[in-house]
Design a binder for this molecule. Structure first.
Ligand SMILES: Nc1ncnc2c1ncn2[C@@H]1O[C@H](COP(=O)(O)OP(=O)(O)OP(=O)(O)O)[C@@H](O)[C@H]1O
Ligand SMILES: [Mg+2]
Length: 236
């Protein structure tokens, strides 16, 4: 089976006027389907830059990236958007819910963009909310939910399209310990029970401990990589 993610010598250079920032400097990384990977590293080491590239929100300045065997660098913006919508779910530190819009409608949004019939959108969004323990809260607005509950709505929104890859950039960064544990238990369940590949950025070692593999990024490269899935022998 092909790796889900293969990055070879990724470089990302941001230019702001005369200033050049080398956010990624020749990063190599391979992730197999079904892995649960924690990405750690100090502030500015390139974690979010890497997540944005893996999530097809941005493209590398140099280097290659294959997602599920597809050479992402060769894709046009609309094809990138399609891969993103079909295969990838995102969760961010700041929840990014739409205010004055119910939990159900927030969770429906990716399906709305697909042009799915409303009744189906509602059914799938309600099921996704139930999966994160929010049945009964469908009609609450974000301001009527706790931080942990808002993040669960964001996870439901990320899941509603049944992605094969879930990217979470510091999903517990704004949460207290107990809500963080709830969120991590949900992510762990999605990985173990549904086989969703998860890549999670965190600064907290006890959050990283939920993952089965831990990568530390330093200066735009992988510094250490522990617990990688055993390489499968090539099929005869
Ligand atoms: N859009 C951008 N334009 C210019 N420079 C950027 C941009 N995004 C990130 N950078 C720079 O690239 C480097 C890596 O940033 P990145 O956001 O990937 O770090 P990070 O590891 O996610 O840090 P943190 O832990 O603080 O979130 C930093 O020096 C940052 O200032
Ligand atoms: Mg970041």
């Amino acid at each position: 089976m092909a790796p889900l993610i293969r990055c070879e010598q990724l470089w990302k250079i941001y230019r702001l006027g005369d200033v050049e920032v080398q956010a990624l400097r020749g990063l190599d990384l391979t992730i197999e389907p079904g892995e649960f990977v924690a990405v750690m590293g100090s502030s500015g080491s390139g974690k979010s830059t890497l997540m944005n590239i893996i999530g097809c929100l941005d493209q590398p300045t140099r280097g290659r990236y294959w997602l599920n065997g597809t050479d992402v660098a060769a894709l046009k913006p609309d094809q990138l958007a399609e891969i993103r919508n079909q295969q990838i779910g995102f969760v961010f530190q700041s929840f990014n819910l739409i205010p004055r819009t119910s939990a159900l409608e927030n969770a429906q949004l990716p399906l709305f963009y697909r042009g799915m019939p409303l009744r189906e959108q509602r059914a799938l969004a309600a099921a996704a909310l139930a999966r994160v323990g929010l049945q009964g809260r469908e009609h609450h607005y974000p301001t009527q939910l706790s931080g942990g509950q808002q993040q669960r709505v964001a996870i439901a929104r990320a899941l509603v399209t049944a992605p094969s890859l879930l990217l979470a950039d510091e999903p517990t960064g704004n949460l207290d310990t107990e809500s963080s544990r709830d969120i991590m238990a949900i992510l762990e369940g999605l990985n173990k029970e549904q086989g969703i590949t998860i890549i999670l950025v965190t600064h907290e070692p006890d959050i990283a401990a939920y993952a089965s593999r831990e990568i530390i990024i330093k200066d735009g490269r992988v510094l250490t990589d522990r617990g990688a899935a055993a390489l499968q022998p090539a099929e005869a």
